[in-house]
Write a protein that binds this ligand. Structure first.
Ligand SMILES: [Zn+2]
Length: 62
């Protein structure tokens, strides 16, 4: 099976994206080897939701 080796822009981890993945088509079309993995995109979405809340129980750890 064909795959593209692509690095996540956020965590730097290299993934082998198989041909049957949605990301493969995107990377192939853009001739790109960088993307944002689903773990990081989940994290970004979670943090955005947390930020939108009126009160934060804890300060950001970063
Ligand atoms: Zn990542």
């Amino acid at each position: 099976m064909n795959f593209i080796e692509a690095r996540c822009l956020m965590c730097g981890k290299v993934y082998q994206i198989a041909q049957d993945r949605q990301e493969f088509r995107k990377l192939d079309k853009q001739n790109s080897t960088t993307f944002i993995c689903h773990l990081c995109s989940n994290k970004v979405r979670y943090e955005a939701e947390e930020r939108d809340k009126p009160k934060k129980p804890l300060p950001p750890s970063s």
